[in-house]
Design a protein around this ligand. Structure first.
Ligand SMILES: C[S@@+](CC[C@H](N)C(=O)[O-])C[C@H]1O[C@@H](n2cnc3c(N)ncnc32)[C@H](O)[C@@H]1O
Length: 390
């Protein structure tokens, strides 16, 4: 079990570069989640600035599960902008923050180099945005950005060092899931899954999230805050159909390949995607049991499966009617979005040479599903704002 966990932490990464199947070009769902959570993030940061938390003059902020961009930069500029806007009036209200430490965390195989390469343009944009405001660049606190490779299911930072921790679309990744659950023809919780599969997923999530909370509890100062966005499910019933049905369709594609003799059926039975969409009740239960954080705010949002652009709020642009081309386009978009986040885990199990065929078949399965849907399929996102409570 330990070996599997080590392997996942070393293997998982979003697809790199900026090609057609890169995270860079297929991260609109995550970007949408960040933009939806912006008011919650802003409120949390302002509340920290308005309180007298320890050591705020050297403010520590972190994005956990930052991936290799571009969403982490969107988030960082938002936070930095909130801090500067709050104290823009300058001399009347000198900012209590004189140093801004920014930590970007993700697993070991993440392309941190691509983050570093983007830093010069990030700094330039920050300066331009600031110069466009009323104050001059000399008032801008230059963020000191560091990368912190490692699993957030364990210690990452020195004790009592952080003031604001953010994580978006990352905590649904489990540290591990057993490959011996014999989840026949499925790769995630499904209506046909035996109870042991449901229990294994739920227990692993509770254990992981609890470790996450107790690790952050050591690192965040009293009164410090976290905003966490989860891929979640809207009901307490884990087998009710919801956004994670994307993985049921991926299982269909794998089983179709097994029927054609391209992969062995046992390979599908023994693979379980190490991710889990909790419901709000489950989150609250773990938070209360672990006890280090108070919940300040909890909100649920929906994001379309086939979100293509960050601020695409016009849901009518893609209509699911008789327009076959549109459905094919959306199926391909969903397939690309899922490929960039799952390929690094699927490849070692099913083989690199299978990936193009698999995701071609998957795009067809998704299109077929979309054309049969009465309402647009959506992911549920839970955004939770927490306060460190000693
Ligand atoms: C879908 S991406 C989200 C990236 C970014 N936060 C966004 O919103 O676009 C999920 C990220 O979580 C990271 N991740 C998963 N498990 C992790 C862990 N245990 N520790 C740190 N990062 C993890 C993955 O490597 C991946 O980059």
């Amino acid at each position: 079990m330990e070996a599997l966990m080590t392997q996942l932490a070393q293997v998982l990464h979003m697809n790199q570069g900026n090609g057609e199947t890169s995270y860079d070009r297929n991260s609109a769902v995550g970007r949408k989640a960040i933009s939806i959570a912006k008011p919650v993030i802003e409120e949390a940061v302002l509340k920290i600035l308005g309180s007298d938390v320890m050591g705020i003059e050297s403010m520590g902020i972190a994005d956990l599960g930052c991936s290799s961009g571009p969403n982490t930069f969107l988030l960082m500029s938002h936070i930095i902008n909130v801090i500067h806007t709050r104290f823009r009036t300058g001399l009347d209200h000198p900012s209590p923050v004189t140093e801004l430490r920014v930590y970007l965390n993700d697993l070991f195989s993440t392309d941190f180099n691509s983050i570093f390469m983007s830093l010069p343009s990030f700094y330039t944009k920050l300066k331009q945005d600031y110069d466009n405001g009323r104050d001059s660049y000399q008032h801008l606190i230059h963020p000191l950005i560091s990368a912190v490779p490692g699993s957030f299911y364990g210690p990452l930072f020195p004790r009592k060092n952080m003031h604001f921790v953010h994580s978006s679309f990352s905590l649904h990744w489990l540290s591990q899931i057993s490959d011996g659950l014999n989840n026949k023809g499925k790769i995630y919780i499904s209506k046909s899954s035996p109870q042991r599969v449901l229990d294994a997923y739920s227990m692993q999530f509770q254990k992981d999230f609890s470790v996450f909370l107790s690790s952050r509890a050591q690192e965040i100062v009293n009164g410090g805050r976290m905003v966490l966005s989860f891929l979640a499910r809207p009901s307490t019933n884990p087998t009710a159909e919801h956004g994670m049905y994307v993985l049921e369709l991926l299982a269909h594609a794998l089983m179709a390949m097994a029927s054609n003799g391209l992969i062995k059926e046992e390979k599908v039975d023994s693979f379980n995607m190490p991710c889990y969409a909790p419901c709000a009740e489950e989150l609250i239960m773990v938070l209360q049991k672990e006890g280090s954080f108070i919940t300040d705010r909890l909100e649920a949002f929906e994001v379309d499966w086939d979100t293509v652009a960050p601020d695409d709020l016009d849901h009518d642009q893609v209509a699911f009617d008789d327009d076959d081309d549109q459905v094919i386009f959306s199926g391909q978009q969903v397939a690309n979005n899922i490929r960039v986040v799952t390929e690094s885990i699927l490849e070692p199990h099913f083989g690199k040479e299978m990936m193009d065929d698999l995701f071609q078949k998957y795009a067809e399965e998704v299109s077929k599903h979309l054309s049969s849907c009465v309402t647009r399929p959506k992911y549920t996102v839970l955004v939770i704002s927490l306060i460190r409570n000693f």
